[in-house]
Design a protein around this ligand. Structure first.
Ligand SMILES: *[C@@H]1O[C@H](CO)[C@@H](O)[C@H](O)[C@H]1NC(C)=O
Ligand SMILES: *[C@@H]1O[C@H](CO)[C@@H](O)[C@H](O)[C@H]1NC(C)=O
Ligand SMILES: *[C@@H]1O[C@H](CO)[C@@H](O)[C@H](O)[C@H]1NC(C)=O
Ligand SMILES: *[C@@H]1O[C@H](CO)[C@@H](O)[C@H](O)[C@H]1NC(C)=O
Length: 701
């Protein structure tokens, strides 16, 4: 099962440990010299949920940011933990009480109002005498457990799991009882959008969600004078004018589709003056000033892809534990596919096209050209409510509709995106033939390690030739993969044009996480690496008839689901019953809507952002929309506290590191002042509370 070098290395090292006569020789046998080289292989970890113990153990050893002394000293201990004893968690025992009680005192409570459920932490909705919303009387799809529990309560006869039903309800998410929740649904839509929607009908019949593998914000699009651009430039030690002109031409062609989708210019005018021709046949039909909403400042909520998928599709915070425990638990909010299925069930929809798209049924399809078998992804997709899914396993067999010989595998997961192109066409045509509304989700993959591209794809060299081998090979491959996927996105959009649905389709583009390279940080990859380059992601709500808006919100991908619902509702793309349900449900999610002014603070509280760090249970990124500070909070004793101020150090070139909470607060006080130090103290407590709270909400024990 465990192939690849890391396992061999592990085996070698393990036998060395067990035959080692003294600690000195253990140290000698430690593969410290191989750290740089082996570390890249860590990303293979996703392969290995089945070999989790070996992987956990191995990867701990190769973690370079831990001082060597500490590391070798802790090894035997770590080993016994890894072979089955529990990790020792060093947070204070918490009884679930919110650590900043002064912010949730009764004077701040808010009464319910229309669809707003009210806000009164410590109270549950039961005691506010809330009744079931009318939409919940229909048979409920999976994902709506807490409403099912509520209706059981109404019937007064079913005891949940043998518990007092009121007690059992307390283990569900309740927006009234969430001390962190800040809503912005009481604010109007951002102005240019409000005006456009007043004047025009802008239908959203279909929704396409593209989750983009390892998509860093700084390549969507690449921009002149960015950190990454400066890194590329600095590889040219003695650049002549021609070399720079050639480079500029290449960079101008790197992400032109991303430039159009975001409305952000890369700022690389080619030497010929004109914008470079697109390598896709897609023609952007959006008129100048149109194209939809581009959000800057977004961080992913998880650097492990499928935890990120749960967040993007279901609007929840994933479980801060290693690997995909989510697959064995109930997701604590309805996923968007389940909400659409609820709409289907709310009233019989018509198969006959009577002209009202709002009355058609939804279908939901997931599509990717790589395997669906890692990390139980196909189970997860089923759980999240996809009606249909197509993976490498489905297109790989001779009886598949578009099977052809010599399908080219480009990485250890499967094929390049273009292998699913004909299936994408089929899915779109099929939905239209069945008179259905399509929710299509697609995960890109070529931008995954090892960043290979198909053989026929013309690879460019972006970094200077002489510097190339020593340092920039991975990043150069990544940029090529980015260029490949940029063209693919255009090809995908072309399918919408060909089927005449571009003007009625919302395309949401979101990164699953970023990716740290040697150009960014001392440690590369996402695994146990809190660096900011793993977190900044693009987020675009593309629609050719929506006005072009540039929004900045220091939010996370938790806002994707509420924003989609808000857009469906306010473009009048839902019928009456569905609209009422959508309005109600939007008020149940934690994330704010990104088409309304983002509320960074409210009554002294701040909009916190949490980011789970691959593989989930060892450290947490804590930030807030209200301040530029960022804390990496260790969840086990093996990791340091890391603090940065993104205003003064936007690329986290020199973060502050400390082994204890007291020390990090002291250091922040000394170098960044009292406000920052106070924030760190709060962030550590709130982060730990959030971790425990996720475990409660996911019923994870
Ligand atoms: C890129 O930015 C730099 C500095 O802001 C500027 O001098 C240069 O002209 C820009 N390059 C292009 C191709 O516009
Ligand atoms: C729409 O979906 C509902 C719920 O799945 C189903 O009962 C109904 O038959 C569907 N209607 C049509 C026209 O397919
Ligand atoms: C989409 O809308 C634009 C602007 O109204 C229009 O020019 C274009 O023809 C429409 N395209 C289709 C395929 O309907
Ligand atoms: C978002 O965070 C950045 C970086 O810390 C900060 O400079 C900016 O002011 C924040 N933006 C908003 C809208 O809060």
């Amino acid at each position: 099962m465990c192939m690849t070098g890391i396992c061999t290395l592990m085996t070698k090292w393990l036998s060395a440990v067990f035959s080692a006569p003294s600690s000195e020789s253990v140290d000698e046998e430690l593969p410290l010299a191989h750290i740089q080289q082996t570390f890249r292989k860590e990303r293979l970890i996703r392969f290995w949920t089945k070999c989790a113990i070996v992987a956990t153990f191995g990867l701990r050893i190769f973690r370079p940011q831990v001082p060597y002394n500490h590391m070798s000293g802790a090894l035997p201990f770590t080993f016994f933990e890894a072979i089955g004893l529990k990790r020792i968690e060093h947070h204070e025992p918490s009884d679930g009480e919110f650590p900043l009680p002064e912010l949730i005192e009764e004077q701040y409570w808010e009464a319910s109002n229309g669809h707003f459920k009210g806000w009164a932490p410590g109270m549950t909705r039961l005691t506010t005498d809330d009744t079931q919303p009318s939409w919940a009387a229909a048979p409920l799809p999976t994902g709506f457990n807490r409403w099912r529990e509520l209706s059981n309560l109404d019937n007064d006869d079913i005891i949940f799991n043998g518990q007092d039903p009121k007690e059992s309800l307390k283990s569900f998410y309740d927006p009234v009882d969430d001390p962190l929740r800040i809503t912005n649904l009481n604010h109007g839509l951002v102005e240019p959008l409000a005006r456009a929607l007043k004047d025009h009908d802008i239908p959203i019949t279909h929704v396409v969600l593209v989750m983009m593998e390892s998509a860093r914000k700084d390549i969507f699009p690449l921009k002149n004078d960015s950190h990454l651009h400066r890194e590329i430039l600095s590889s040219y030690r003695h650049p002549d004018e021609k070399a720079l002109r050639d480079l500029n031409d290449k960079l101008a062609r790197l992400t032109p589709v991303a430039e159009r989708l975001t409305g952000e210019s890369g700022g690389f005018s080619s030497s010929k003056g004109d914008p470079p021709a697109l390598e896709t046949e897609w023609k952007d039909s959006a008129e100048p000033g149109m194209g939809g909403i581009n959000v800057n400042g977004v961080l992913t909520g998880s650097t492990l892809s499928f935890k990120s998928a749960v967040m993007n599709h279901c609007g929840v915070g994933p479980i801060p534990i290693d690997f995909m425990g989510e697959v064995k638990a109930d997701i604590y909010q309805p996923c968007i596919m389940q909400v659409l299925e609820l709409f289907n069930q709310l009233q019989p929809k018509s198969t006959i096209d009577d002209g009202r798209f709002q009355d058609r049924n939804w279908t939901s399809v997931f599509l990717q050209s790589i395997t669906g078998e890692y990390d139980d992804q196909s189970d997860l997709n089923r759980m999240m409510g996809f009606k249909k899914a197509i993976y490498r396993e489905d297109i790989d067999k001779p009886i598949a509709d578009h099977y052809h010989p010599h399908m080219e595998e480009i990485n250890y997961f499967g094929f390049s995106e273009h292998e699913i192109y004909p299936y994408l066409q089929d899915v779109v045509r099929g939905a239209l033939e069945n008179n259905e509304r399509l929710f299509l989700s697609h995960f890109t993959s070529t931008t995954h390690h090892p960043w290979s591209t198909p053989e026929e794809f013309h690879k460019e060299q972006y970094f200077a030739e002489d510097s190339f081998m020593e340092k920039h090979e991975d990043m150069n491959n990544y940029l090529n993969a980015v260029h490949y996927v940029d063209t693919w996105l255009g090809d995908m959009l072309k399918v919408l044009d060909e089927n005449d649905i571009a003007n009625e389709t919302l395309v949401v583009l979101v990164g699953d996480h970023g990716q740290a390279f040697q150009e960014d940080a001392p440690v590369t990859g996402t695994y146990e690496n809190g660096h900011i380059s793993n977190f900044r992601i693009p987020l675009v709500f593309r629609h050719p008839l929506l006005p072009r808006l540039q929004i900045t919100a220091n939010a996370t991908s938790m806002s994707v689901v509420p924003t989609i619902l808000d857009l469906l509702l306010n473009t009048k793309s839902l019928n009456e019953k569905d609209s009422a349900a959508a309005l109600d449900l939007m008020n149940e999610y934690e994330g704010q809507s990104l088409i309304r002014p983002y509320q960074a603070t409210h009554n002294g509280r701040q909009a916190w952002n949490f980011g789970i760090i691959n593989s989930g249970g060892t450290m947490l990124s804590v930030g807030s929309a209200a301040v530029p500070y960022r804390l990496i909070l260790p969840l086990t004793p093996d990791f340091e506290y890391v603090f940065s101020d993104l205003d003064t150090d936007p690329d986290e070139l020199s973060p502050l590191r400390s082994w204890t909470r007291e020390e990090v607060i002291d250091q922040v006080l000394e170098h960044h002042g009292a406000r920052a130090a106070g924030w760190v103290a709060d962030a550590a407590k709130v982060g730990q509370w959030w971790v425990d709270e996720r475990k409660r909400l996911w019923h994870h024990h």
